[in-house]
Design a binder for this molecule. Structure first.
Ligand code: GDP
Length: 371
């Protein structure tokens, strides 16, 4: 019975049901913790022993409380997004809660985008997309947490814009926020032994505070769940197969109207109407994802026959639980990306009519071409 147990690190109520929720502690660790009278939740335990921050996600109520906290703080807001999944990275309503606080946008996973794409252009693109959402970042930094790109640039930007204030690091789950924070901790020497955990007064929220030189803190907030992210619909294994791990090499297909591309058994693209006889379509997806071309009129039948076989992932074992593909149709007026959120995108010219299909729950959207 874990009813009245609390983590001595962060104060969260101890539970062993959901590893993604605050206070999660495996049963064996609870027993050990009680014996030694040092009961830490898994998150705090890892933080203490490995300087490692792990994910905890928020419920809607906690989320609102978090927004209110940040809204009333006088701080620099560092919003980490996944540059590869901009839409899936947006925090609903962020422009309302930041108030007058400056926002520094960090476009993480920069390593996934082709090197040929100019970084200055990419920054402009991030800024424009942010503006369209009502966010006006004071600056944009592109990082790769895993490759340790631009960490110094990020730290100096934080120093420059925080002007002696606290720093709140916010982001939806899976953008790489934990990885980035861990790298920041490693990078800023002297901080390693100073990490403390505490919580927002008056709420059930956990936060991690990393002390800065001047007595202020860099505050890591729990990841916010964005329901349309692909990560919530695929198994960990499927996700590994579908999400790019390395720099994407764009692939060009010359398609005629009435042709279909299958991206493994995960997604599909139909060129329904097209301005020319041959149309250059550029595909930005994981390099290892197999692409198959068929005639549109045969595509349904082809898919029914081959998903789980020729068209993988999903594998035949995974088919049973794999969501059905949902169809979205678009009239393309100017050069645009058809984005399969979290998977990648396909760039098409204006004057086309196209359809994109993705596992139910994963969005397919159109945006002005990134490249
Ligand atoms: P969080 O939920 O935002 O804290 O995200 P995590 O730090 O747990 O990272 C989510 C996934 O993204 C993990 O599989 C990471 O390995 C991966 N990831 C994080 N940062 C990067 C990055 O800069 N580039 C790439 N390619 N993957 C990253």
């Amino acid at each position: 019975n874990t009813e009245d147990l609390y983590c001595i690190g962060c104060g969260a109520k101890i539970q062993s049901d959901d590893p993604k929720e605050p206070g999660y502690t495996p049963v064996s660790a609870i027993e050990k913790g009680l014996e030694t009278e040092e009961l830490y939740c898994q998150r705090c335990f890892r933080l203490r022993h490995y300087n490692e921050v792990s994910d905890v996600s928020l419920t809607d109520d906690d989320f609102l409380a978090l927004l209110n906290q940040i809204g009333s703080a006088d701080a620099l807001i560092v919003n980490v997004i996944d540059i590869f999944d901009f839409n899936g990275s947006l925090i609903p309503g962020i422009h309302r809660f930041v108030g007058n606080n400056p926002v520094l946008m960090v476009g993480n996973k920069e390593d996934l985008l082709p090197r040929s794409l100019k970084r200055s252009k990419l920054k402009d693109w991030v800024r424009q997309r942010a503006n369209a959402e009502g966010i006006h970042p004071v600056d944009v930094v592109l990082t790769s947490a895993t490759k340790r790109h631009a960490l110094d640039e990020l730290l100096s930007a934080i120093e420059k814009y925080r002007k002696g204030r606290d720093v709140y690091v916010v982001g939806v789950t899976n953008v790489g926020k934990s990885t980035l924070i861990n790298q920041i901790i490693k990078q800023s020497t002297g901080m390693q032994d100073l990490i403390t955990t505490s919580r927002f007064p008056g709420t059930t929220l956990d936060k991690i505070e990393i002390p800065l030189d001047d007595g202020k803190n860099l505050i890591d907030t729990p990841g916010i769940i964005h329901k349309n992210q692909m990560a919530h619909y695929l198994s960990a294994k499927e996700l590994r197969l579908a999400t790019p791990q390395k720099e994407i090499r764009p692939k060009v297909y010359q398609l005629a109207a009435g042709q279909t591309l299958f991206f493994g058994g995960l997604a599909r693209f139909d060129l329904i109407k097209a301005p020319q006889e041959r149309n250059g379509i550029v595909v930005y997806l994981d390099n290892n994802l197999q692409i198959h071309r068929t005639k549109l009129i045969k595509a349904d039948e082809f898919f029914a026959r081959h998903q789980g076989g020729l068209l993988q992932p999903p594998t035949s074992d995974e088919m049973e639980t794999f969501p059905a593909l949902e169809r979205f149709e678009f009239k393309v007026r100017e050069k645009s990306d058809i984005v399969f959120e979290g998977l990648g995108w396909v760039t098409v010219k204006g004057g086309s009519v196209v359809a994109g299909y993705a596992p139910s729950g994963v969005g397919v959207i159109i945006r002005k071409a990134m490249i």
